[in-house]
Ligand binder design. Structure first.
Ligand code: LAN
Length: 657
């Protein structure tokens, strides 16, 4: 094993993949409910893709169809989902495939054998309603009037996690108007196929709570059933407030469009907002025309397995921040020189600078928005929603590269960034994703999505908290007494400690799973000054050591997050092995042989061109849905190997890998 050569090849690979703007564009697919929603929109608005692109979309659906004929919630699901199977069936039909196509007959057979389309999860039913393939009476009301509640009301939707909030906002408008596409022969045919000719006999009111076993990850609680009943009752009252409520929703929708340059926070509200503008008719035309091209520009990705819709407009800031840290670690280790890295890092720094957010959104509080100035987003400035850990990783990079390149981020903006991080800290000491926690955890009992866990409120996470703690530690070194950061750091560390499980591990929420969470936790504790004999650090290290495989790697299966317990994967995983190795090095692990085996395994897995091969999906959200962080395999091994090397062992060959 020659780790220096590995790192040199990896640098060549990163340089080759870097875009001129300094970032690493990559495939951010995985979730399977997005593309069919976009196809539905394209059909309703008569903007179906060209023949060539349609073929690429069909290729994608074909590639992810499971052996049993179904489609999963995400591209690598181990079981079928009624939600995505139904929507995909509809989408493939809307794209012109005949019902007799073998892929469709297998899909429909699975749908019928598993309870039928009436059991699709709520977002599926909602999308079917827009197409006239399900009756609005069969879904639980989503009252737009809720948006008129005073800001202090516990049920004000402004308290929701921003992603749930921004999805349920256009849903409320569309529900409130019962917007439905005009019927046509193809839709009639699909209706006939989905319901086996029995559509006219469906008792819609009885379908509201019906959900297929396949889609029931979070079954309705008694509290949700109560709220739903109340909403059904309220929907029957004369709707004096409806017009005002719809106006309020529209105002918030248009604000979101403007604040994000029509990208919208994510793919779901990007599609739903466009449905709203379409159904507004002439009044919505301009908004629609501005927004429609964003799908092509940002959300649709033609990848190795076909054309898909991505989970975000891109992941560029996030990837750039990690690539920077991996390469600066490789410099510190002595494997790469600053001359060798300066071209890649210079461009990456430009990207970082060009994508820091400079302004708050207009009338932020009126539109339920937190401050933004000084933050970093996950994707780019155009998108504009700052995120806690993206800001923290961005700030860490800004400080690490400060003074190296001609252009500079002004101190004032770095100060804003520190202040923003402080403003996001929760009462429990931790950090959530985009905002300070606004609602009680009890709101999760009202999660109506069925297929996703923990979508209702933005609570503290180990990963986000760790990134913020690490950034504050660096900010303290850099800014000295300008800020008093000790208390915030101390509370952050206490939160992270409180999350340790009995087995010593930390659960990750945004990647699979315990290797990721434990890496973040150890990193923060050590950065904040915990010694390697600190008992939390020691227990975390022991946990990871206990999970190492005979070949030196680590591997957690994708369902780990869903089941919330360690599930061994089939093959060693490069990203997970990198997190574990880095965590062990940072945690001061004494078992040098274990570290060496991990490093050796990572080196041996590198391809001749300096890359690492595609591997099972490792990103996750809301417990159940995996998503592709395609660049993780390109920089996390660099980072881990650099740290392993810096620890000072085995800089030259130890046998052949
Ligand atoms: C993301 C992408 C980025 C990600 C990190 C910054 C990596 C993480 O550390 C914090 C959480 C965050 C911001 C995140 C949350 C959930 C998102 C927004 C996504 C995984 C991208 C897509 C997903 C979104 C919820 C998908 C739409 C589905 C819904 C249930 C609304």
């Amino acid at each position: 094993m020659n780790v220096d050569a590995t790192l040199h090849r990896a640098l060549t690979n990163l340089a080759r993949r870097q875009a001129p703007r300094g970032s690493w564009p990559s495939d951010y697919g995985g979730p399977m409910f997005l593309l069919p929603m976009w196809v539905a929109l394209a059909y309703v608005t008569k903007r179906l893709p060209s023949e060539a692109r349609t073929a690429r979309v069909l290729t994608y659906f074909t590639n992810v169809q499971r052996p049993d004929g179904s489609i999963g919630l995400h591209a690598e699901s181990t079981s079928g989902s009624m939600f995505t199977s139904t929507l995909t069936y509809v989408a493939m039909r809307l794209l012109g495939l005949p019902a007799s196509d073998e892929r469709l007959t297998r899909l429909l057979t699975w749908i019928h054998a598993n309870g039928g389309a009436l059991g699709a999860a709520s977002w599926g039913k909602f999308t079917l309603c827009l197409l006239g393939l399900y009756d609005w009476k069969g879904i639980v009301p989503l009252l737009p009037e809720l948006w008129l509640l005073p800001a202090e009301a516990p049920m004000n939707p402004g308290r929701l996690w921003c992603h749930a909030r921004m999805v349920y906002l256009p849903m409320a408008w569309l529900y409130g108007t019962k917007s439905t596409a005009p019927d046509d022969p193809l839709l009639r045919a699909i209706r006939h196929e989905l319901y086996q000719g029995r559509y006219a006999d469906v008792r819609w009111e009885a379908q509201r709570d019906v959900v297929a076993k396949a889609d029931s990850y979070r079954p309705a609680t008694a509290a949700l059933k109560g709220v739903n009943l109340a909403q059904v009752g309220l929907e029957k009252l004369p709707t004096l407030l409806r017009k005002r409520a719809l106006d309020e929703c529209l105002k918030l929708i248009r604000h979101e469009d403007a604040a994000t340059h029509d990208l919208d926070i994510g793919p779901v509200n990007a599609v739903l907002n466009m449905f709203v503008h379409h159904f507004r008719g002439a009044a919505g035309r301009e908004d629609f025309e501005r927004g429609w091209p964003k799908f092509d520009d940002a959300y649709l990705w033609d990848g190795h397995d076909g054309l898909k819709m991505q989970g975000y407009n891109n992941a560029e800031l996030w990837d750039t921040a990690f690539a920077i840290q991996a390469l600066t670690a490789a410099e510190k280790s002595g494997a790469l020189t600053t001359e060798e890295t300066s071209s890649v890092l210079g461009k990456a720094y430009d990207f970082l600078r060009a994508n820091q957010i400079l302004e708050d959104v207009p009338e932020a509080a009126r539109h339920y928005r937190h401050a933004s100035r000084g933050g970093w987003p996950f994707s780019n400035r155009e998108h504009g929603w700052p995120i806690t850990d993206c800001t923290a990783e961005g700030l860490k990079c800004a400080l690490a590269l400060e003074g190296r390149f001609a252009s500079k981020i002004p101190d004032a903006l770095l100060h804003d960034s520190v202040r923003l991080i402080l403003s996001w800290q929760n009462e429990d000491g931790g950090w959530g994703t985009y905002e300070k926690q606004r609602g009680g955890t009890w709101l999760e009992a009202l999660n109506p999505s069925q297929v996703f866990g923990d979508i209702m409120i933005d609570t503290s996470f180990v990963e986000c908290s760790s990134a913020c703690v690490q950034a504050l530690v660096k900010a303290k070194e850099r800014f000295g007494r300008t800020f008093d950061l000790d208390e915030a750091i101390g509370r952050g560390v206490a939160f992270i400690r409180s999350q340790q499980r009995d087995d010593g591990s930390f659960e990750g929420s945004w990647a699979v799973c315990f290797t990721y969470g434990t890496w973040f936790a150890i990193s923060a504790l050590r950065a904040a000054g915990a010694r390697k004999d600190d008992s939390a650090v020691r227990r975390a290290v022991a946990f990871l050591l206990g999970k190492q495989r005979a070949d030196g790697s680590w591997s957690e299966a994708g369902d780990t997050c869903r089941e919330r317990r360690w599930l061994e994967g089939t093959e060693g995983h490069v990203a997970q092995t990198s997190w574990a190795l880095s965590a062990l090095v940072r945690g001061g692990c004494e078992d040098q042989a274990a570290l060496d085996r991990a490093a050796q395994w990572l080196c041996a897995r590198q391809e001749a061109d300096g890359s690492w091969a595609r591997e099972p999906l490792v990103g996750v959200f809301n417990r159940t849905c995996l998503i592709n962080y395609d660049c993780y395999r390109h920089y996390f091994p660099v980072w881990a190997l650099a740290e392993w090397k810096q620890r000072g062992h085995l800089t030259t060959s130890v046998g052949s890998p």
